[in-house]
Design a protein. Structure first.
Length: 142
């Protein structure tokens, strides 16, 4: 009886490990990226100036960059402030803490372009543009 129990546990463990490895491979092959998302945006505190991002870049408030947990790193997005309809193109180069409830955390220069630094938070729409740098990315706002 004891041998049957041990054998059953081993067989179950084998099938669970095979199923998990198959799932992780399938998820890594193709990532479904949402084209448009709505949520709350914040901007980085000054204490992060000079720290490394997830992409091993030194963070600066002067660049148009952002942290997002739902989009791939090094992709370009358009962020639109829903209160004033201002928009800016930013590149995702960092991640937020997993417990952070906000959609995106942006550099101060991106927040200034959207006109919400006085409030700290604002409702935004983000549109995924892909990995290739858009031609209009040199313009701060539209």
């Amino acid at each position: 009886m004891k041998n049957v129990l041990v054998l059953t546990v081993l067989i179950c463990s084998f099938f669970v490990s095979v199923a998990q490895s198959r799932d992780s491979v399938a998820l890594n092959k193709k990532r479904n990226v949402p084209v448009t998302q709505y949520g709350v945006a914040s901007f980085y505190a000054d204490k992060f100036e000079g720290k490394l991002t997830c992409t091993d870049e030194v963070f600066t408030q002067k660049k148009l960059t952002a942290a997002c947990n739902t989009l791939p790193l090094n992709c370009w997005i358009r962020v639109t402030n829903l209160k004033n309809n201002k928009s800016v193109l930013v590149r995702i180069n960092d991640r937020m803490h997993p417990a952070n409830p906000r959609l995106i955390d942006m550099s101060k220069s991106a927040a200034v372009a959207l006109g919400y630094t006085g409030h700290g938070l604002t409702r935004v729409k983000i549109t995924y543009l892909g990995k290739k740098k858009p031609e209009e990315a040199d313009m701060a706002t539209r």
